[in-house]
Design a binder for this molecule. Sequence first.
Ligand code: ACO
Length: 213
Amino acid sequence: MNKPLIMIGSGGHASVLMDSLKLSGERVIAYISPNKNTRNQMFEKIQHLSNDEDINQFNPDEVLLVNGIGSMPKHHNRENVATFFTKLGFSFTSVISPLAIVSPSSRLARGVQVMHGAIIQAGACIGEGSIINTGAIIEHDCVVGSNNHIAPRATLCGGVQTHNNVHVGVHACVIQGVNIGDNVIVGAGATVTKNIEDKTIVYGHRALIIKKE
Ligand SMILES: CC(=O)SCCNC(=O)CCNC(=O)[C@H](O)C(C)(C)COP(=O)(O)OP(=O)(O)OC[C@H]1O[C@@H](n2cnc3c(N)ncnc32)[C@H](O)[C@@H]1OP(=O)(O)O
């Protein structure tokens, strides 16, 4: 039997993960969050712990954690949470929605989260702690680094490589073979056609008239 799970966080991202875990038949026994979640009934049925240190009442060998902190550009709470609990000896599990399509020849590292409707195609690799959010498409042979957030409906075409801590915004599109450096932010709706160097923010969507009959 799978180990019981403890959710870290209780906001929107945690709620979406709870839906996936329920569909997969996983057992969440507690959540850690400064505030009680009173909006989502799934949180009402499990133990609420207010402080991060409350995790110490559990044995790291007997439970797994779920990182329910969402990822937004320029914010590092999600990575900080992962570092804090990992230092205490706890491990984060992956959450793969049963409503996602994940190729058997893709490789997903520890702690990856794949939300409803996402598609990960053949030969793609997803790095530790990355989120492939609702309806995102990771085409064949992409290599996604660690702690990436590929936001809802974003598309990485075939063979795209992203390095670490990359945010690809909602509905952005990266054409095939492009290489995206560390700590890059691709804004919502952007179309990326060229490689992007580390620590760069890009956005904008250009469709030029090339020919007119
Ligand atoms: C489940 C979920 O909800 S997951 C959440 C998914 N959300 C996302 O992916 C959001 C991604 N974030 C963005 O696109 C943001 O706008 C960022 C990170 C690119 C903002 O970058 P910044 O450089 O800080 O831009 P800033 O907010 O200062 O805006 C500067 C200007 O650019 C415009 N701008 C910002 N983002 C974009 C964009 N994606 N496309 C076009 N224009 C934009 C702003 O409107 C503003 O215009 P103005 O000067 O005419 O007022």
